[in-house]
Design a protein around this ligand. Structure first.
Ligand code: SF4
Length: 249
């Protein structure tokens, strides 16, 4: 089976434990207003203009070829306690390809970073193959979620409940977007969603990337975020007091 990627980054240290190779799959049904990877949206190769030069962003690759490339670093993964992390875009959009690649990586630690927006079948099939999930929970309120990401959070919360009831380890990642989701109310509502999960290793609060708009002009897009990106987000750590390890990145 063939998949569509837009990047592979080696020696990543922020996408799960140890030294990892991060694979970026192209295509995402969300349109988060703070997204800093708009080249991950379109499920097809596209032209990007970088410093006056046009480049094609996105390429197809066979599952076996990708797996062969990833297996080359198996010793580094084993010695560092690392592995491979699949992200995007939204990697679950290509879940059949993802499953095929993961089945070709026996003995290698596998993680997926996901918005959780997928069918239950896709989520379940991928979940059964990974060692760890990095699950983004962006906004708890359904109306605000739709407003700022373009999609309902109902399938996301359904998949999150599947994850919660599974034995898999997972990390919850919350992007902190000033004036959008950094309120105490949103953090308390998020706590309600995630508490009581034995597999939860920690919460990562991710500060808004102030360079988020940099790639939009390269794709012929404009970036006009409906929030003040120059203001530092509020940080309400409501999780630590409930015994949930929390880090701000
Ligand atoms: S889910 Fe991730 S890749 Fe997709 S729009 Fe949101 S931030 Fe961007």
């Amino acid at each position: 089976m063939t998949g569509l990627l837009f990047s592979i980054e080696e020696f990543a240290i922020n996408d799960g434990p140890g030294i990892r190779t991060t694979v970026f799959l192209k295509g995402c049904p969300l349109r988060c207003v703070w997204c800093h990877n708009p080249e991950g949206w379109k499920a097809a190769p596209e032209t990007m203009e970088k410093r006056g030069r046009k480049e094609i962003c996105g390429y197809t690759i066979e599952a076996e070829e990708l797996a062969r490339r990833l297996r080359r670093d198996a010793d580094i993964f084993r010695d560092s306690g690392g592995g491979v992390t699949f992200t995007g875009g939204e990697p679950l959009q290509q879940w059949q390809f993802l499953c095929e690649v993961m089945d070709l990586l026996p003995g290698i630690d596998k993680a997926v970073e996901t918005s959780g927006y997928s069918s239950e079948e896709a989520f379940g099939k991928v979940l059964s193959r990974v060692d760890m999930v990095l699950f983004d929970i962006k906004i708890a309120d359904p109306y605000l979620h739709k407003h700022y990401t373009g999609v309902d959070n109902e399938p996301i919360l359904r998949n999150f409940n599947l994850l919660k009831s599974s034995p898999k380890s997972f990390v919850v990642r919350i992007p902190l977007i000033p004036g959008v989701n950094d309120s105490l109310d949103n953090m308390l509502a998020t706590l309600d969603i995630i508490k009581g999960a034995p597999g939860l290793k920690r919460v990562e609060l991710l500060r808004y990337n102030t360079l988020a708009g940099a790639k939009y002009p390269m794709l012929g897009l404009s970036y006009n975020p409906p929030f003040d990106g120059t203001r530092a987000p509020e940080i309400h750590d409501v999780f630590t007091s409930k015994g949930i390890k929390t880090v701000v990145l």
